[in-house]
Design a protein around this ligand. Structure first.
Ligand code: FMN
Length: 478
């Protein structure tokens, strides 16, 4: 029976502990790379989440947890489903709940206010922020956060997940892309009027609120409503101490800050989600922390960014459903979409009811017209299960014509600058390309000229199939 999705971070940790997907370490661990190294290895081995109860240089009241929903098992528990729920069912659940948003409710107080540290009392080094990789530009807060901002000219409130590097005790520098909603709000609404922009970085909320923050939601749409839908209960919000922004009341830690409209500072490099350190030190937004509020015994969270990190699972779901909806809206005969975590948000697999050159070209055009995050798309016929990677690889290897099956779209100004294959110059000018590998049969081929797959379900009579399956089952085979 489906259970209720955990409504705060602690009940989520209790739930994944119960399913064997959380390990607690009581021995001392160094915040300088060692802690994140353990989380990193776990991502690479599809291992558990960790809770560290003894972080070097920090009081025992502070605990640190890694990669809350970086595996499908933990994602399933976050949805209130059994840990072994198959991935297609998780996709289905997300799509159904996303269609039923529930607005948040405002409460007067919450656990995130148990300790309030404001203005010149703030020292970011009081937080047990781990150094994630050797060679990072600094210690990063908000590798797994929920950043709240408000449009200067309307009531639009945005939640996004964006990282911030500690610059000194009170300053952070951040890397929301200019095309992100926070980036747009800042550049369009605050910078032109030289107004500081308040933000609030909430850490350790319930996992589905963080999942909602990673989703590319429509401009003007409120991810708090999406989070309510995913949780099937409204999110409780509480007002910040130094601005009118509202944050999830159950958060473990909240960092309130003001982004300077007229000042930038250096940020990076960082070991990025595609699985490489590909960026350089760059100019980034700069914010002054105005307050830190937290629970009395807070749990800090981080994503140990790199191959198979939290973005691999979260964007697999949110990205694939967004792609499916966009293709449907543009009249593509799409059946299913999968963004495999192994592809680091650079690869999508799309199955279609009818394929061929025209459809493949349309898919790559529709998916790159605004932001071009995905650079490789494999298009398969509807009888290929997009979640079955061996079947997809077989279709790609055998059905994609090495010349006619490849459809490239070049663009300038909207490429994903974190694509490791791009040169430094391409990154600066945001020049890139996306390609569709058409692995479908051309619809114009007559049926009797289309190769037949040599599998039990295609090259055997229904009667033989029935007898084979009957014998298979009688032998107790799966
Ligand atoms: C773990 C993780 C870290 C992320 N860090 C950043 C980041 O630093 N900057 C950024 O622009 N996007 C980052 N993203 C992607 C954004 O969260 C995502 O694009 C989201 O849709 C942004 O919200 P928006 O569409 O409201 O701008 C990250 C995603 C994940 C899962």
């Amino acid at each position: 029976m489906a259970q209720q999705a955990p409504q705060d971070f602690r009940s989520f940790l209790a739930a994944i502990r119960a399913t064997g997907d959380l390990i607690t370490i009581d021995e001392q661990v160094d915040w300088d790379q060692e802690l994140a190294g353990i989380g990193r290895l776990s991502c690479e081995r599809n291992g558990p989440a960790f809770q560290f109860n003894n972080v070097k240089d920090y009081a025992p009241q502070w605990r640190v947890a890694t990669n809350p929903i970086a595996t499908w098992r933990r994602m399933a528990v976050a949805f209130g489903l059994p840990a072994d729920t198959p991935v297609p069912k998780l996709y289905e659940t997300y799509a159904a709940r996303e269609s039923n948003p529930i607005p948040p409710v405002v409460v007067k107080d919450g656990p995130c206010k148990e300790v309030v540290i404001a203005h010149d009392k703030v020292d970011l080094f009081d937080l047990p922020v781990p150094m994630v990789h050797e060679g990072d530009g600094g210690r990063y807060v908000g590798t797994w956060d929920l950043v709240v901002s408000k449009d200067a000219r309307s009531n639009w409130v945005n939640w996004g997940m964006y990282r911030f590097m500690i610059h000194n005790e009170r300053l952070i520098t951040g890397f929301p892309r200019p095309t992100s909603h926070l980036g747009k709000m800042l550049l369009d609404g605050y910078v032109p009027n030289k107004r500081p922009m308040p933000i609030a970085i909430a850490m350790g909320c319930d996992p589905l609120s963080h999942l909602a923050a990673t989703a590319t939601f429509r401009i003007g749409g409120n991810e708090a409503d999406l989070a309510g839908g995913l949780r099937e209960r409204p999110v409780e919000l509480v007002k910040c101490e130094t601005s009118d922004l509202q944050v999830p009341a159950s958060a473990e830690v909240v960092i309130e800050a003001e982004v300077y409209p007229d000042r930038i500072n250096q940020e990076g490099p960082y070991g990025e989600y595609p699985g490489y350190r590909s960026g350089e030190i760059g100019n980034a937004l700069c914010a002054r922390v105005t307050a830190i509020t937290h629970r009395r015994d807070p749990i800090w969270t981080l994503d140990t960014t790199g191959f198979m990190d939290s973005s691999a699972t979260t964007t697999s779901i949110t990205g694939a459903i967004a792609i499916q909806r966009r293709l449907e809206a543009n009249g593509v005969p799409v059946k299913a979409v999968y963004v495999p975590p192994e592809g680091a948000v650079h690869l999508a697999i799309v199955s279609v009811r009818s394929g061929g050159t025209e459809v493949a070209r349309k898919i790559v055009d529709v998916l790159t017209v605004r932001r071009a995050l995905i650079s490789k798309i494999i298009v398969v016929d509807e009888d290929v299960d997009v979640f079955n990677l061996p079947a997809v690889l077989h279709a790609f290897a055998t059905k994609c014509h090495p010349a006619r099956g490849i459809h490239v779209t070049n663009y300038v100004g909207r490429a994903n600058t974190l694509t490791p294959a791009y040169t430094q110059e391409e990154r600066v000018t945001r020049t890139g390309a996306s390609v569709a590998f058409d692995s479908t049969w051309p619809p114009e081929w007559p049926a009797d000229a289309t190769p037949v797959r040599a599998t039990l379900d295609s090259m055997y009579s229904p009667e033989v199939q029935r007898r084979v399956l009957e014998r298979w089952r009688s032998l107790g085979l799966q």
